[in-house]
Design a binder for this molecule. Structure first.
Ligand code: TMP
Length: 207
């Protein structure tokens, strides 16, 4: 039996990641392919509850380093479950993962390599889809933008620059989404995911 594929969807806030993960999950359902969604931050765990408080209560004080480490710890909480599910032939779709962790924290000024270090050893996605929006001003007019701590246009612009540092990584796939409808974006994503949809022959790699 092939192991499941590990697929991450990344992007700035309010760029349609959750919509696109739903389209992808529906496609797997339609094709009777075993799949599971894991969203980061996973706000339901003990650590996740703390992250939720940090994101939604702007008066909640935490050093940038400590905030970074709890986002990483949240990924480690679920790492062995992810590995088990992949070994059982289940495709895992990640709505945000390690690259969000590094991009958001390094955009605050933390050292890029330091930011990556607590995630070293986590399962590495077979493909990371990055939803690339050029027009940040448009994103900032979207419903709900500004509700959470990082939803500030200038900060999102810095995060975008940090995400760009991953663009040469082998498994990183950019999808330009400006002026495209949801279905059109989904079709572009599906072209990339399709070869991995029935699972993966290669051994899982790690950060
Ligand atoms: P969400 O809107 O996808 O639930 O993510 C919540 C916020 O958390 C979003 O602004 C991105 C940020 N984030 C980090 O700063 N570090 C991380 O490791 C992750 C997964 C998200």
């Amino acid at each position: 039996m092939k192991r499941g594929s590990l697929i991450a969807i990344e992007g700035l806030d309010r760029t349609g990641k959750t919509t696109q993960t739903e389209y992808l999950l529906n496609k797997f359902k339609e094709l009777n392919i075993k799949h599971k969604l894991v969203k980061f931050p996973q706000r339901d765990t003990q650590i996740g509850k703390l992250i939720n408080q940090y994101l939604t209560d702007k008066s909640f004080e935490l050093s940038d380093e400590a905030a970074h480490l709890i986002f990483s710890a949240n990924r480690w909480e679920l790492a062995s479950q992810i590995k088990d599910d992949l070994n059982n032939g289940i495709n895992i779709v990640l709505d945000r993962y390690v690259y969000s962790g590094v991009a958001y924290s390094s955009a605050k000024g933390l050292d890029f390599e330091w930011c990556l270090s607590p995630d070293k050893g986590l399962p590495k996605p077979d493909v990371t889809i990055f939803l690339k929006f050029q027009n940040i001003d448009e994103i900032s007019t979207r419903k709900g933008f500004g509700d959470e701590r990082y939803e500030v246009a200038e900060f999102q612009d810095k995060v975008r620059m940090m995400f760009e540092k991953f663009e040469n990584n082998k498994e990183f796939s950019k999808v330009f989404v400006d002026n495209l409808g949801k279905e059109e974006v989904h079709n572009k994503i599906w072209q990339i995911i399709k070869p991995l949809s029935e699972g993966c022959d290669e051994e899982l790699s790690f950060f």
